[in-house]
Write a protein that binds this ligand. Sequence first.
Ligand code: ADQ
Length: 477
Amino acid sequence: MSRLVVVSNRVALPGENHAGGLATGLRAALKRRSGMWFGWSGRVVREESGHLRKETDAGITYVTLDLSRQDYVAYYNGFANRTLWPLLHFRLDLADYARETRLGYFKVNAMLADRLAPLLRDDDIVWVHDYHLIPLAALLRQKGVGCRIGFFLHIPMPSSEILTALPDHAALFSTLYEYDLVGLQTRQDVERFISYTRLLGDGMACTDSTVHLPNGHRVQVGAFPIGIDAERISRQAADGVSKSAVRTLRASMAGRKLAIGVDRLDYSKGLPERFESFSRYLAHYPDKAGRMTLLQIAPVSRGEVPEYKLLRSQLEQIAGHVNGLHAEPNWTPIRYVNRSFSHSTLTGFYRLASVGVVTPLRDGMNLVAKEYVASQDPSSPGVLILSLFAGAATELQEAMLVNPYDLDGVADALSLAANMPLPERRERWEASMALIRRHDIHYWCNSFLDSLHPVRPERPPIELPAMRPDLPACRPQ
Ligand code: ADQ
């Protein structure tokens, strides 16, 4: 069996708490194939980037490197998180079009390719993850790496109009054609990518799932909706209810219902809209006010990025306003908590909650939606309210699907979910849970790797157009 090499921006090192499922699934696949996990250590150092550190644990080799402050600012905080993240989440208004950061992004990708290439063997399978590393295959091919390389994008693939808003977009997105397989979360993501290629791919022919390049090379494109470790989460949730944090939460509810939201503090997650919707629910259903509390857990993420600082203060203001408007001396409508919890505590919280509120404005998949469902007590499951704009909505059709911008619609859904009769709750839950069990994290890993066939044994690298710092904001095509 070929060796598996996973490359991701951040490596989940042994001993770190990455119980979310992705690390579990990847580690299982790496273990089966005596694999290697390569990427950034998460450390920012004063020296130059790139010094390799190697450790082995449970049959997996971890090779990591640190980043200099300058590289971290340009590559990670800059181009990845301030340009690509908003752009791929359909937020042209929030994208930063600075030229320097994209050069930093290419520089770090080139450095990663430089360090990784000598570690690779011809029969390896390389699996590259996410938007931080789009050009990596092209840079590896330039160094003569000919093995199978697949790419999975965890976040949405937007329409071609949005992709073309990136200055010199082809220089970046055409590097995707150097992979053998490009995996996306949903069929809609695949269709949008194929349509970008049809419109702007310069001589490329496309079928539903294959891009044919003029040099005879082919790239497979497919939808691989990511799953969770469903069995483990169900067990964890059942055990989690006896944890002291979960018991304390239950006691503090004093018989009221709990609605829960758990998200990184990120503008894609629709948190201001969620708070406003909850406020409308309280206003529109005054007879129910005081009978349900919203617990929003939102640990700060990317705290150095200005848009995230702004969101944080905006949310504090809205939560304060809603609570000021509706609170009673013995009841606070929104409990807003900016910290992380262990995964087992979180799943215990999910199990206590009658309603799971997952209302991102855009999301590649959204694992919290699946974790909420998997954590429920089968004899009396809670109800999931899910945004139409989360990838998970393409699978979890039995959830209450809402448009997160439609505040009145979400308010009505909160009321319906909180009062849904048990037979309907069970029917919806059983359908969702069956799918979550069937398409779990291991199924996701295996189906991606099984689809990663070598397209051609030998292939000349395509000419990589340089990212030019002097281009106008939007180059006409
Ligand atoms: P994220 O944007 O991070 O992931 P999500 O899919 O919800 O979003 O995953 C978040 C993970 O972090 C979940 O496993 C959750 O349990 C955990 N988590 C969140 N808040 C936490 C807290 N306070 N304490 C502890 N754990 C917490 C990106 C894409 C998604 C895509 C995933 C996987 O944006 O669309 O689903 O990758 O592909």
